[in-house]
Every structure is written in structure tokens, then in C-alpha cells.
Ligand binder design. Structure first.
Ligand code: TRP
Length: 434
């Protein structure tokens, strides 16, 4: 702890690793590959690169800057900019809890699969989710996140990332090397990356890129703001660039392991939930050493999901501590209980109970409402509040002066990012109405 009494990262690399832990999640390893595959292959990398570096990265720097400059998490930080923004900040915290509640359900499936493969038990998605076993795993992964956050910024969040992120990278590199030696490697890479530039004329491809970039970088939700509030020194642009590049490299590598495997096995590279929980497991079960590979794959996915879920839980916990004077232990317990309850409908939506609304599983609905629409709306609020209501000189002080680079940065934050988010929001709502 510092003399202000606020917890702190042990070092800049510790902070960067924790942020990479937040950014690298299910979104990188499972969602990114199939979004690339179904949105123009290699050509998709163009709108994606633009989204990450022109919009995602500036927003991440802004979050770090607000957090560090106010020394507070999102609700209190907003309050210190304008009294009336406190409620707006709280609304963002609620959306984070809602995203976490279903994110944990997917995390728990991953944990279950890791265990099944390690125990050499074949898995069937329908049979697994049709039972009540997922509820036990839901509680178990919730507990893992709870214990980590309860242990604090340095001893919990940072320490877990320090062990899990290097392990994740090692497993990923091993799996990529393995899958590239299969006979289907070339065909898989062709499916994954062969650019179809004509798709760039489709606005849907662009909004898919924006949505994926914001989700993957964990920006727009006050997560990075909260992590920034535990930071004292360091170049924010440099840290954010390292985080963004690491996030992107891991996402691209994930595709390089998945598609060669799928094509070597000669199965349908279908998208969505099926890819991770039906297609890949069936591929692993057919392969030599498939059980070990499957266990490694799902362990890696669990490491990624855990460090992301931890970052989401830290947002409401920090809010209770900063705005309501709770101790970390009590705050964590309270939020843990609330998130478990909130997650029940999602957890039950794939079980025998089939909790559905309008014929769609509740989890899919939650992903759309909170994880897509809610996320974009929160990002919009964050960029407007930070860009327009935080003093320019205060932002400049955080990002190293007020030169021409910072002026370009301000234009991006004040005009480009909000405009892009409004367009993405409108496009998503419009697509839903169709
Ligand atoms: N970035 C994570 C992923 O790729 C998910 C995530 C963690 C997230 N924290 C977030 C998404 C905050 C939105 C907001 O899976």
C-alpha cells in the first residue's frame, strides 16, 4: 500500500501482466478465430487493426489516465469529475456485474471440460449441459474468482496473472506447433486467413471488428480504469501498446491452432458455441494423445477466462470499497453472492430446465444485451465523460505533455471514438430489428 492507503501494483510489468490477463480471455481464443473465419478471413485483419489501434487503444489510455489521475474506481472517479456522474458510473458497474454473471457460466463449462479431458472421460455437450453438473462447476469457478480478488491487488490479481499468463502462452505455442504439423494445416490456414477483400464493403464486417476489438481489449467497462487507479508511474501509451499487441498476437495464434486441427480432422469449421464445445472436443477425442491435448487446451482457456473474470469482479468490489467504505473482504463476499444469483438464469438456460426468453437461451440473450449492446453503450459514456468533462491539462499530465501527438489523441477521444461507438450501437440495434 502507498501512503494514500490505496493498494498498488508491485511494478509496471506486474500491472501490464494483470491487464493482459484481463484482455486475454474467451474472446481471444474462442470468439476471435471464428469471427475472422466468417468475416472475410485475412481481410478482416484490416478493420480489426484499425479498431484496435485507432479506437480501442486510445480508450484504454483514457481509462488508465482517469483511474490514475483520480485514484478511484469508476463511480467515484466519475463523481470527482462531476457530482451527477456518480449514478452513470454506477450503471456501468451494474453492466459489468451482468456481463460477469454469464461470462462465469462459460468459464465454468471450460473448467468442466478441462477436468473431463484430464480424467480421460469423453464429453458430450448436450449431455453435460442437460444435467445439473454445470451448476456445481459454476459455483467452483465463482469461488476461484472470489478467492483471487479477495486476496487483493498485489497478492491476488497480480500474482495469479504472473503465473497464469506465461503458462497460457507456453501451452498456446506448444499447441500451435503441434497443430501446424498436421496434414490439414495448410487448408486450415487458408480458410482462416485467405483474404476476401470484397467483404470489406460490408458494413457488418466493420461493426463486427469494432465490437470484437472493444470486447477483447476489455475497454469501455471501467476495468482498465480501475486497474489504472492502482498505478503510480509509467508511460501509459507504452503500457497500453504492449497490452494491445499481446492481446492481438494471442488471438491470431489461437486461430492458427484451431483451424489446422479442425481441417486435419476433416470436420465442419462451424462457428459459435459449437466450435469450442462440440467440434474441438470431438477432434481431440479422435486424435492420438487427444485427451492430453484437450486437457491442455481447456486448461489454457480456463486460465484466460479466470484472469478476465477476476478483472470484472474487481470493478464492483473496488466500487464498494471506494464509494461505500467497505473492507475488501466484505465487499468481495457481497459481490460474489450477488453475481452467483445474477448468473443463475444463464447457468440454468442450458440445463434441463432450459431457462429461455423468446425461444433463445437466457445466456445468449445476456451476451447480446449486456456483452454487446451494454458494452458499447458503456464505452460511449466513458469516452464522452473522460474526453469532454475531464480537464485537458489533466489528461495531458497523464499522457506526457500537450504536444501534437496529444492533440491528435484528443481528437480521437473526443470525436472519433464516440462517433464510431454510436455507429456500432445503431448498427447492432438495427441488425437485431431485422
Ligand atoms: N477481454 C475479455 C475477453 O476477451 C473479456 C473481458 C474481460 C471483458 N473484462 C471485460 C469484456 C470488460 C468487456 C469488458 O474474453
Amino acid at each position: 500500500m502507498s501512503d494514500t492507503g490505496r493498494e498498488e501494483w508491485s511494478s509496471t510489468p506486474g500491472f501490464i501482466l494483470a491487464s493482459i490477463g484481463s484482455a486475454v480471455g474467451i474472446g481471444n481464443i474462442w470468439r476471435f478465430p471464428y469471427i475472422v473465419g466468417s468475416n472475410g478471413g485475412g481481410a478482416f485483419l484490416i478493420p480489426y487493426l484499425i479498431s484496435v489501434f485507432l479506437f480501442g487503444l486510445p480508450l484504454m489510455v483514457l481509462e488508465f489516465a482517469i483511474g490514475r489521475s483520480t485514484g478511484n474506481s469508476v463511480a467515484s472517479a466519475f463523481q470527482s469529475l462531476r457530482q451527477r456522474f456518480f449514478t452513470v458510473g454506477l450503471a456501468i458497474v451494474v453492466i459489468v456485474c451482468l456481463i460477469l454473471s454469464y461470462y462465469l457460466v462459460i468459464t465454468s463449462w471450460v473448467l468442466a471440460y478441462a477436468l473431463f479431458f484430464a480424467l480421460n472421460r469423453p464429453v458430450d455437450f448436450g449431455a453435460f449441459t442437460g444435467s445439473y453438473l454445470p451448476l456445481a462447476f459454476f459455483l467452483l469457478s465463482g469461488l476461484a474468482v472470489f478467492v483471487t480478488v479477495r486476496s487483493g491487488v498485489r497478492e491476488g490479481i497480480e500474482k495469479v496473472a504472473r503465473y497464469l499468463i506465461p503458462a497460457l502462452v507456453a501451452i498456446l505455442l506448444f499447441l500451435v506447433a503441434f497443430s501446424l504439423t498436421g496434414p490439414g494445416a495448410l487448408e486450415g490456414i487458408r480458410f482462416y486467413l485467405l483474404p476476401d477483400y470484397s467483404r470489406l464493403a460490408d458494413p457488418g464486417v466493420w461493426t463486427a471488428a469494432f465490437g470484437q476489438a472493444f470486447f477483447s481489449l476489455s475497454v469501455g467497462m471501467g476495468v482498465m480504469l480501475t486497474y489504472g487507479s492502482y498505478l503510480k508511474r509509467g508511460d501509459l501509451f507504452r503500457s497500453a501498446s504492449i497490452i494491445a499487441v499481446a492481446d492481438m498476437v494471442i488471438a491470431i495464434l489461437a486461430g492458427l491452432m484451431i483451424f489446422p486441427l479442425v481441417f486435419t480432422a476433416g470436420v465442419d469449421p462451424a462457428a459459435g458455441v459449437n466450435l469450442a464445445f462440440v467440434t474441438l472436443p470431438s477432434v481431440f477425442m479422435e486424435m492420438q494423445f487427444g485427451m492430453v491435448l484437450g486437457a491442455l487446451f481447456f486448461l489454457m482457456l480456463f486460465a484466460a477466462a479466470l484472469t478476465s473474470a477476476v478483472s470484472m469482479l474487481e470493478v464492483p468490489v473496488a466500487t464498494l470499497m471506494d464509494s461505500y467504505g467497505y473492507q475488501r473482504r466484505r465487499a468481495t463476499l457481497l459481490v460474489f453472492a450477488a453475481v452467483m444469483l445474477l448468473g443463475l438464469p444463464s447457468a440454468l438456460s442450458y440445463t434441463a430446465l432450459r431457462f429461455e426468453i423468446f425461444g433463445a437461451p437466457f445466456l445468449d440473450l445476456a451476451d447480446y444485451t449486456f456483452g454487446t449492446i451494454g458494452l458499447i453503450a458503456a464505452g460511449l459514456i466513458l469516452s464522452v465523460v473522460g474526453g469532454w468533462y475531464m480537464d485537458r491539462t489533466r489528461i495531458c499530465a497523464e499522457i506526457g505533455g500537450c504536444g501534437w501527438q496529444q492533440r491528435i489523441y484528443m481528437v480521437l477521444i473526443r470525436y472519433c471514438v464516440p462517433v464510431i461507438l454510436v455507429i456500432t450501437l445503431a448498427a447492432n440495434l438495427f441488425l437485431a430489428a431485422l
